[in-house]
Ligand binder design. Sequence first.
Ligand SMILES: [Zn+2]
Length: 113
Amino acid sequence: MTTDVHQLDDGAWISVNDERRINVSDLWPLARHEVCDCETADFLVEGFAEVGVEHPDIQARVAGRCITCGTEAVTDWITVGRVIDPETGEFSAVDVTSVHVPDRRHRLARPQE
Ligand SMILES: [Zn+2]
């Protein structure tokens, strides 16, 4: 089966295969990022700007702001989970409170699949 990824509720949720899996919440620490000049940005997630699939990873560009310096931004692509089993669509979310490294290489990935 193909993996079906969408934003719901104005970007408040990411659904994977029609199940709400990832919510905007908490601070997502960002390292090696371009959001602001902070070494590690404490990024308050306010919404998912774009979602995409880079098999087996589910990725998103995240809108929010660094609470240390106040800069508002949309991140490059962050892996938010992965499809463990493409046959069943079994999905595992990452620990969003662990450090993320946004990846601009996937900037041109198709937004949805
Ligand atoms: Zn900052």
